[in-house]
Write a protein of this length. Structure first.
Length: 415
């Protein structure tokens, strides 16, 4: 742990809808990386989150209360839903409920009573509160209940779309923390409004499980060479299934070199999904779905994968790639982001795709020989260690807190 002057020790909260060691979503994984980075500098860090663990669900499926992860305090709150939601599951009655929700105040939407009460009592005690998820009602309920609220949206297109009044949230927040300098213009276009001049670049970094465990596991969890994708099920992952089948059809009998120097045919290469039980599971087509993954299992899969795939262009700086690059693993990505493209340019190999056919050609190129794969992974690892470090994230937040205490603009404001 880095030394820190106790007089500079800050009390910091991060707020996100889902959080945990088996989280596959970008917001939760990025929040964990940020929390661990700041806690490692000696700050008092608390993560506030819900009891819901499944993507797209408001069900309370884990216990409320306080736990710890990565040296960070995690406080979970139950999601108290509308009273009408508990009356019936009949589709016709649900449609009536939705109409009633527009005229009955207490029936309108999910309510975070315990979460709001917590912030009413303690929200003013934090030196900074970072809202690191999409701009949902969790942000709307909490923003005005804190002293130094910072909107820190994950670098994903559409993360502000859920807000009923995004301009109002911008006015209430003290600043907007961006992952990269390019985020400023993208957020402005998404909102149709100017980002406050107090915005600053917070940065990004790999998760603690990636930075702490760089060994290669000798026992593989999957027989033979495989490409790995860890993400929630989406249109992007569904399109990856088609792309992989295109690869298998085109290169079924083509010999490739695995990471041990052995030659294997394309039909033996598998696509492995993790992070969501809803992914396609078709072993006969070489497609495996492993469901939710804990840290150890995911780290083993990443370390043993021939390549890591990122199929979603809406995530401009995905944690899955930061994790893979920090471990020196080669990657294939569908990109529309200069932040991600820059890494491929610096690493010296354009392993990117735009369609099923270009994925097939890209995968074949990457799988053909292990030497270029290892070289790409090594260069990517070096780039990540230089550009996306936990120390930079912590220093950026410390600078903002120090400046906000003195009622001055952050020293790292964006151009």
């Amino acid at each position: 742990m880095s030394t820190l002057d106790l007089r500079s020790r800050a009390k910091i909260a991060l707020i996100v809808e889902r959080y945990g060691g088996d989280e596959a979503g970008e917001a939760g994984r990025r929040t964990r990386a940020l929390a661990a980075a700041v806690a490692d500098r000696g700050h008092d860090v608390t993560v506030l989150t819900t009891c819901s663990r499944r993507a797209g669900s408001d069900e309370d499926d884990v216990a409320p209360g306080e736990t710890r992860l990565d040296g960070v305090r995690v406080v979970r709150f139950k999601v108290q839903r509308s009273r009408l939601d508990r009356l019936t599951t009949d589709p016709r009655a649900l449609r009536v409920q939705q109409r009633l929700a527009g005229v009955i105040p207490w029936a309108r939407r999910v309510v975070y009573d315990q979460y709001a009460e917590y912030l009413d009592h303690r929200g003013q005690l934090f030196d900074a509160v970072l809202f690191t998820g999409a701009w949902t009602s969790l942000v709307e309920h909490g923003l005005s209940r804190t002293r130094r609220a910072v909107l820190a949206p994950p670098p994903i297109d559409g993360c502000t779309a859920a807000a009923q009044d995004p301009q109002g949230l911008l006015r209430t927040a003290r600043a907007v923390a961006l992952a990269t300098s390019e985020e400023r213009g993208l957020i402005q276009r998404e909102l149709g409004a100017a980002v406050p001049t107090s915005s600053f670049v917070l940065g990004a970094c790999p998760e603690p499980c990636a930075s702490c465990d760089r060994r290669r596991f000798t026992e593989s969890l999957v027989d033979g060479p495989y490409m790995l994708c860890v993400a929630h099920e989406s249109v992007a992952t569904s399109s990856l299934v088609e792309a992989f089948r295109t690869f298998r059809d085109a290169y079924r009998n083509t010999p490739f070199e695995d990471d041990r120097g052995r030659m294997v045919e394309g039909k033996l290469v598998r696509l492995v999904f993790g992070g969501d039980p809803r992914h396609v599971h078709a072993p006969s087509d070489g497609i495996l779905s492993l469901g939710d993954l804990d840290d150890v299992t995911r780290s083993r899969l990443v370390s043993g994968a021939t390549a890591i795939i990122h199929p979603d262009p809406s995530a401009r700086l995905p944690q899955s790639l930061l994790e893979a690059w920090s471990l020196g693993r080669p990657t294939i990505a569908r990109v529309q982001s200069s932040a991600v493209s820059a890494v491929f340019e610096r690493a010296g190999a354009a392993y990117t795709f735009e369609s099923p056919s270009t994925f097939a050609a890209c995968a074949a190129s990457l799988l053909s020989r292990r030497g270029p794969r290892e070289a790409f992974g090594a260069r990517a690892s070096q780039y990540v260690s230089q550009e996306f470090s936990p120390a930079k994230v912590a220093a950026s937040l410390e600078a903002w807190i120090a400046a906000s205490r003195g009622r001055a603009l952050p020293v790292q404001s964006t151009p």
